[in-house]
Design a protein around this ligand. Sequence first.
Ligand code: FAD
Length: 397
Amino acid sequence: MDFDFTEAQQGFRQDVRAWLATNLPEDLRGRGFASSRGEPEKVVRLREWQRTLHKAGFVGMDWPAEYGGRGASLVEQVIFYEEMSRAQAPQPLNRSGLSMLGPTLMKHGTPAQRARHLDRILTAEEIWCQGFSEPNAGSDLANLQTRAVLDGDHYVINGQKVWTSMGHVADWGFFLVRTDPAAPKHKGLTFILVDMKSPGLTLRPLRQITGEAEFNETFLDNVRVPAANVVGKVNEGWAVALTTLAYERDVLTFIRHISLRTALHRLLEVARRTPRGGRPAAHDPVVRQKIAELLIGERCLQLHGYRSLTRILHGGAPGPEGSTSKLFWSQLDQDLAEVATHVIGPYSQIKAGHPLAPDEGQWEFYCLLARGSGIRAGTTEILRNILGERVLGLPKD
Ligand SMILES: Cc1cc2nc3c(=O)[nH]c(=O)nc-3n(C[C@H](O)[C@H](O)[C@H](O)COP(=O)(O)OP(=O)(O)OC[C@H]3O[C@@H](n4cnc5c(N)ncnc54)[C@H](O)[C@@H]3O)c2cc1C
């Protein structure tokens, strides 16, 4: 791809920058870095923020215009994300809806499902969560046991999901359930849309290492869901789920890159102002080398993201090679957290709310949250297996 920006693209950058300077609320500035997004009052604020972004045409930048998106070019998207990072603005709240379910419905959904849901995803009127993982089906997702049985024109769902991020504030969830227990485990699965307020559906929050309870256990006890909510064909949900997972690992990682870049810029600022041996830590040769490694890694991640998105924009779909971005991002995210802890020292452990907490305690949150980066959206070991077997063609054993 051509890395030079045209005059029109430079103009777009100026427009986005000016818009963010005027419209990014003061209390959200710098909050794109690291802070809880699961607390109900934060959700209200971030929902409003997504609405504001949407009104300005900045949500669903990559969605086709027929589905309410901007149909933007890759370059425009990149410019937008770069400017969001520069302004340290939080991302749109409805991440699962925008980057996972939306593209899945565009590929596998019925016209009625698209008409019902896509617009409300863009405006954050309805927040989505992902109900895939179960206590015995995480990495081995196809092992899931939640059962759905057809009863008239409804499915009756019984079972348990776990690690449902944002489930407690979500309006809807996209679930993977077993509809044919006699079939081999990758067959007999169905992808279905569930109203999170359905009778029989209960949530129990799980407190995480960061102290927040952003994910949940989800219990389904005779939950009745219209059969019209099945996405794709009954018993062929695995193929639909693979679309969702590919977008989660590829496009969503591109967006996660914003937070990483923001964190890296903040780390540079911290290193410049934190004294070490009578001079700023940024002048320490060991710290400099570590930060340089992170900057190089961040650039590689960015270029790899451009390559994947270029392929998608040219009509391709995210494939197994998208797992490289997720794998590399999670490693870089954890390295960054480690370097930050090294630079800031014991102060990096002080929580938000204490006057001695650097960057309002966001480093404490970031460093703890990074522990999960190698687990969510596919663990590091599983992604290595996928890359080894499906991209490099290595033998399974
Ligand atoms: C912050 C966070 C948010 C999440 N949000 C959601 C969500 O919204 N919705 C949702 O459905 N899920 C969510 N998850 C769940 C996530 O997808 C699973 O945690 C992940 O798939 C791993 O599954 P598991 O926890 O059951 O671990 P397990 O599958 O039990 O794995 C345990 C360990 O064994 C290793 N392992 C397992 N199998 C193999 C193998 N074949 N080869 C080599 N190593 C192996 C794993 O790499 C891991 O280290 C979230 C997780 C986190 C951390």
